[in-house]
Design a protein around this ligand. Sequence first.
Ligand SMILES: [Fe+2]
Length: 305
Amino acid sequence: MLNTVYFDPKFSDEERRKQIYSGQIVVFSPRPSIQALAEHARQMIEEAFAPLDPLTAQFHMSVEEYVAIGAPLKPKFIHHPRTKELIRDVLLDLKCEAEKTYLDVPRLRLTTSNGYLTSGVGYAFHPHRDTWYSAPMSQLNWWLPIYDFSSESSMAFHPRYFNEPVRNGSRNFNYYEWNSNGRKNAAQQIHKDERVQPKPEQEVELDPQVRVVCPAGGIILFSAAQLHSTVPNTSGLSRYSMDFRTVNLDDVVNHQGATNIDSECTGTSLRDFMRCTDFSRLPEEIVSTYDTGPVSDGVLVFQPH
Ligand SMILES: [Fe+2]
């Protein structure tokens, strides 16, 4: 159960990870390093939608046109060399251990308002844990808004399930299979989403839920094992956010992290992570201790075209 949302705590990196593994959430106020990252994303988004305002562009174009702008913007942002450098700067500024912190490439999320686009590149996430998608139990999720947003366009946590298992489809999820088939066709999923994803297989009580709202330039940090979902956006404005993930080498080696209460997926996303300092990958002999199922017939690391 989530007990505490910590604002700008003075924890060491290690203490902070422990708190998050036990279900706490950490929020950082706006600071220059995060603002620089948000500003970089904002520039790319504004360039893509110009001359329209990205927050209201959806009201001036067909959903197909919106997707035609949004779909190429995502990989462009994700793989822009400046993006991972700015993320590294944020992590070092927030006292992550440089030599031991590994990060993956960020995701850019477009969450339009009024049910305009809720699939594919604008996927509105059902309640899930990232650990159902082969994230390690030590994964931390860093979520940051690119513009100010409101409760009506936020993300919801469902904290009672941090310690309570949810029957779910993760047993059918294999990360390598997802890399080879599941994730590449997002841009084609405009009116409905046919990608097979791990979902709850029981009634989930979405209320009471906790929504955390911080200004652009801040970050919300939580465990990959938190059950969370996209709030149906009724704010009247599109919401743009990004999120990236980190793991700490010691915790990966020692298989430490949140407790696995209901994830049964196979494969691991650990090969996606790069060390903060030199962007080198985790040693394969460590990663392979996370491979519980067959590694054949799939793609270990997703390569977008
Ligand atoms: Fe998630």
